[in-house]
Design a protein around this ligand. Structure first.
Ligand SMILES: Cc1cc2nc3c(=O)[nH]c(=O)nc-3n(C[C@H](O)[C@H](O)[C@H](O)COP(=O)(O)OP(=O)(O)OC[C@H]3O[C@@H](n4cnc5c(N)ncnc54)[C@H](O)[C@@H]3O)c2cc1C
Length: 427
């Protein structure tokens, strides 16, 4: 397979981890270095343009990368890894081509964990981060009664952004007990920047009731909106009526490209060593795809991965220490905001699990793994290829992801055929 261009270091993902990796590799002298992202601009999930204004941090990191010599390939999706050292990519016009690399850094981030409950497929129920992204793109929530529910620190910036957009956030509902969250916040003393960020967010949420130890049991349409049953310990039940729900149950590492390349995974994330190397030679990983842990972890892991990919033998000691601290933070995050059994129990057998193929939870419960669920029920066989239901099936039944197959994204046959050299193109 002939590749159109070969890079010494190629980075997939233009979020904080990928930007840090590409910049570090180029500053360490690697040439040429490129960064690929499917989005129209870099910044990833956290540094998004808001109301048409580009995110300042994304712009600053992009400029630093370009100054260091990084070539940025935006609007470009990796769809296949057809041979060692080669990726097939498609651009926004649908055209595909091959790109070669000596070292590859995966910085593919994470997606939201969607969890089933009765009524979760109502179009007024959205992913928390997804709704925030829509609002940043101009989706109007002014005056809407909004419930932000689920678990984890992401709920806070989402509630703050919805409030800033004019929504009336009726409640921020966190399934973790208050004492556990307090303990987590107290542990932030070790990372003052996070503590300050938490205090700023708390100030932006003044007036928003924050309810701990509560979770959504079910929602159902009502004449005046969306009726919500909130549940709590010892059988507590409360009823609310809202216009929309932003539901977020944490994040799922985006490991599909790593899995396609044969990289080992553990607990749903790519396994990396102290140099961010995966189990496949020449392939490194950083940020959320190697374990959910927030932006600081993404930045420091990205820097280490970029240096290692550029062939730097000795990692800077202060960065290694910062990375260890970021990973400890990630562990605390996972423990504090682990889904409680009652949230899993809200996914009753009649709830839809696979939205693409309309498969209920009960049908999948009877299966022994994701493969059997696919074969017997079509769960995960639809347009999203398990990106929605896969995380929920892991949380509910402990299923590992099924084997990943190319193309990673819907891609036209013409585009895929055009990626091969003319003499190898299928006729
Ligand atoms: C929906 C959502 C919203 C979030 N909002 C916030 C927030 O407001 N505040 C906050 O602190 N944290 C937020 N987070 C958490 C945030 O993702 C992390 O803190 C941090 O941004 C992770 O950085 P990263 O570089 O690892 O991944 P990301 O920022 O997710 O970047 C990964 C990039 O890889 C690209 N990519 C993935 N696969 C491919 C492929 N095959 N081909 C090409 N490109 C690819 C994606 O387009 C993406 O830009 C959010 C997460 C999600 C999922």
């Amino acid at each position: 397979v002939a590749s159109e261009r070969r890079y010494r270091v190629l980075v997939v993902g233009g979020g904080p981890a990928g930007l840090a990796a590409a910049t570090a590799a180029a500053r360490a002298g690697a040439r040429p270095v490129a960064l690929i992202d499917v989005a129209a601009d870099v910044g990833g999930q956290i540094w998004r343009a808001d109301g048409g204004a580009p995110a300042p941090k994304a712009a600053a990191c992009r400029n630093a990368a370009v100054r260091a010599g990084v070539e940025i390939l935006s609007g470009t999706t990796v769809v296949d890894a057809p041979a060692p050292g080669t990726l097939a990519v498609a651009d926004s016009s649908g055209a595909a081509r091959l790109i070669g690399y000596d070292a590859l850094v995966l910085a593919t981030g994470a997606r939201e964990l969607w969890m089933p409950f009765r009524g979760a497929t109502d179009p007024r129920v959205a992913g928390a981060g997804g709704l925030q992204a829509l609002v940043k793109q101009g989706f109007d929530v002014n005056g809407a009664r909004m419930l932000v529910a689920g678990t984890g620190p992401l709920l806070w910036p989402v509630a703050a952004r919805l409030s800033a957009g004019g929504a009336r956030v009726v409640a921020l509902v966190e399934q973790a007990p208050r004492a556990a969250v307090r303990g987590f916040v107290a542990s932030l003393v070790a990372s003052p920047a996070k503590l300050v960020a938490a205090a700023v967010l708390r100030a932006r949420l003044l007036g928003v009731p924050i309810r701990y130890d509560r979770w959504i049991a079910a929602v159902a349409p009502k004449p005046d909106g969306l009726g919500v049953i909130l549940a709590g310990p010892r059988g507590k039940r409360e009823h609310l009526v809202v216009d929309r729900i932003a539901a977020g149950y944490g994040l799922v590492p985006e490991t599909r490209l790593g899995a396609l390349l044969g990289c080992a995974t553990r607990d749903g994330a790519l396994v990396v060593d102290a140099r961010q190397a995966t189990s496949v030679a020449g392939v490194f990983a950083a940020g959320e795809c190697a374990g959910v842990g927030g932006v600081e972890k993404a930045l420091v892991e990205g820097e280490l991965a970029g240096l290692a990919a550029a062939g730097v033998a000795e990692m800077p000691a202060d960065r290694v220490r910062a990375c260890a601290a970021a990973r400890r933070f990630a562990e605390r995050l996972a423990t504090t905001f682990q889904l409680r059994p009652e949230v899993l129990a809200a996914a009753t057998d009649d709830c839809t699990l696979c939205r693409c193929e309309d498969v209920p939870v009960g049908a999948v419960r009877a299966c022994k793994d994701a493969r059997e669920a696919k074969l017997l029920t079509r769960c995960g066989m639809g347009a999203c290829q398990g990106r929605m239901c896969g995380g929920a099936a892991r949380a509910l039944f402990g299923f590992s992801d099924d084997r990943v197959r190319a193309p990673l994204e819907p891609t036209s046959l013409v585009a895929l055929a055009s990626a091969w050299a003319p003499d190898e193109r299928p006729t």
